[in-house]
Each structure stands twice: as C-alpha cells, then as structure tokens.
Write a protein that binds this ligand. Structure first.
Ligand SMILES: O=C(O)C(=O)C[C@H](O)C(=O)CO
Ligand SMILES: [Zn+2]
Length: 277
C-alpha cells in the first residue's frame, strides 16, 4: 500500500508542479491482475483499483499498515466498476456488477475477491474505503437505481448528470459517500462554481477520457488555486480546505468519494466566481 500524508494549505502554496503531483495525484491505479491501494492521511481514506484480467484479485494488504487482522475489520468499502461486466465475491456471496454499477461492502466482511467475466473485456473496479465504527449491509446498486439528477447547462459547458450511490438518502454507510458524474458531449466543466467542504475530504477519479485528452483539475484554497493535468483513469486527492473542479479538452466521467463528519452530499460551501484567484 502506498501512503500520502495530509497537508497544510500554507505549505502547499510553495509546491511546484512535481511536488503537487507527488502529493495529490494518483496514476497507475489499474495494473492487470493487481490490486493497487493508496492510503491518504486525509481522513485515512483509501483509493484503489482492482483489475482482474486473466486472474482473480483479492483484497489483501500489509495489515501492519492498518493495525487489524483483515482489511475490512474497521473499514467500509465502496466499489464502482468502470470496465465490462465482472463479479465480486464477498464472504462467498456473489454480486454481479455491470459497467458503472456500485457495490458497498460493510465493515466486518472478511474476504473480497474481484473477477472478470471475460479476459478480453475485463472489469475494472475502482475502490474507496474509509474507517468505519458500525456495520451496514453489503448493498449492490445499478446505475439505473442510483439517485440521479441533472445539473448545469450547455450554455455554461457543464450539462451533466450526478449519480449518487452511497450517501445520506441512498446506500447506508458509516461515513463513506460515493457517486459518479457524467458530462454530456460538448460539456467540459465540472464543479464550477467551485466549492469546499471543510467537514469532508474528497477524491476524484477521471475516466472515459480519450487518450489524447486531459482534464485540467483545479485545487487549492479559493484565493490560491493551482492546477494538475489529469489523464484517463487518474485520481486526485482533495484536502477538505481545497476546491476540486476541472475542465477537460473533451467530455469525461468521474467518480467522487468523500469521508468526514457528515454524509450530506449537499453540504457544500459555494465559492462565488469573483472570489476565485
Ligand atoms: O460535477 C459536480 O459538480 C460534482 O460532481 C461535484 C462532486 O460531486 C462534489 O464535489 C461533491 O462534493
Ligand atoms: Zn465536493
């Protein structure tokens, strides 16, 4: 498991591009037949990828890092499949996930195994995990069953659909909140006007982005913004004090995951456009 440390906004002001990428950007989440995990000290959130192609992938890590006897002993897990159909075995129970389905796995689940239906069209499982203090049932939600709403407009280049999977009024969790935003063709902006939520950290993972395209991700305090060039299937950590917004050279989809003091998706402190610098 890789590790990222928490940061102070005054320190981040001094970072050059390379340091910003080292601290906040996560590349190479999906390696064939591997599990990749990054633990950030921002709310001890874990961002990961499980990519079973010709072999199954099991949720295992160096447990010394977590101080427990199995991964989900004191944690919960959210999974969204960004590939083709696959399945997840949770303590022997099989859940079939089509593209863009979500599975929540509750605290206490001992064995989690990721499988692809077809090695020629493998599943790709994106993972978010947060510490948990209570067990909630393992729950599968399809994209059609998500709590979805339209946001933005073509005039503002941000006509998009927000799909909420794990949140206050959806799949129940201890603190994990997770969903996905799809931008319609010809729309490039996400989360502008920007916001912060000092109650929760957040991670974005951009995908469905053509190879030659980038998303210019904006982070930092509203009056001290920085940017990162994001490519397909890369994630970015957003500390609770940072905005998180982006503009692509084409449309794209991204998964957002949060952890912190509440699970209220709408609890955001909006930043007025004139405030941004
Ligand atoms: O496009 C958007 O706007 C988003 O998807 C916003 C994220 O869901 C978010 O930042 C939630 O706090
Ligand atoms: Zn946010």
């Amino acid at each position: 498991m890789h590790r990222r440390y928490a940061s102070h906004p005054n320190e981040v002001k001094q970072f050059d591009t390379e340091r910003l990428r080292t601290e906040f950007q996560i590349s190479d989440l999906f390696r064939p037949n591997q599990l990749e995990l990054v633990l950030t000290h921002e709310d001890r959130f874990i961002i990961g990828g499980a990519y079973p192609v010709t072999e199954d992938v099991t949720l295992v890590t160096d447990l010394k890092e977590l101080g427990v006897s199995f991964f989900l002993e004191r944690r919960e897990l959210g999974i969204i499949n960004i590939g083709s159909t696959g399945s997840i075995l949770v303590d022997g129970n099989e859940y079939v996930l089509n593209s863009k389905d979500c599975l929540y796995v509750g605290m206490g689940s001992k064995e989690v195994i990721f499988k692809s239906d077809d090695p020629a069209n493998p599943a790709k499982f994106y993972l978010n995990s947060a510490p948990a203090h209570v067990k909630f049932p393992t729950t599968h939600t399809t994209l059609a069953e998500a709590d979805s709403s339209a946001l933005g407009s073509i005039q503002n280049s941000n006509d998009r659909t927000i799909h909420r999977f794990i949140h206050e009024k959806g799949i129940q969790s201890a603190q994990l909140v997770m969903g996905m935003t799809q931008l319609k063709e010809g729309n490039m902006w996400n989360t502008m006007p920007a916001h912060v939520h000092p109650r929760r950290m957040e991670a974005y993972m951009y995908f469905d982005l053509p190879e030659e395209s980038v998303v210019i991700h904006l982070m930092g305090e509203p009056k001290e913004t920085r940017h990162l060039m994001m490519r397909n299937e890369q994630a970015v950590i957003s500390p609770s004090w940072s905005i998180h917004s982006g503009v692509g050279t084409s449309n794209y989809t991204f998964i957002w995951g949060m952890a912190g003091d509440n699970k209220a998706y709408a609890d955001m402190d909006q930043v007025a456009m004139k405030e941004l610098q």
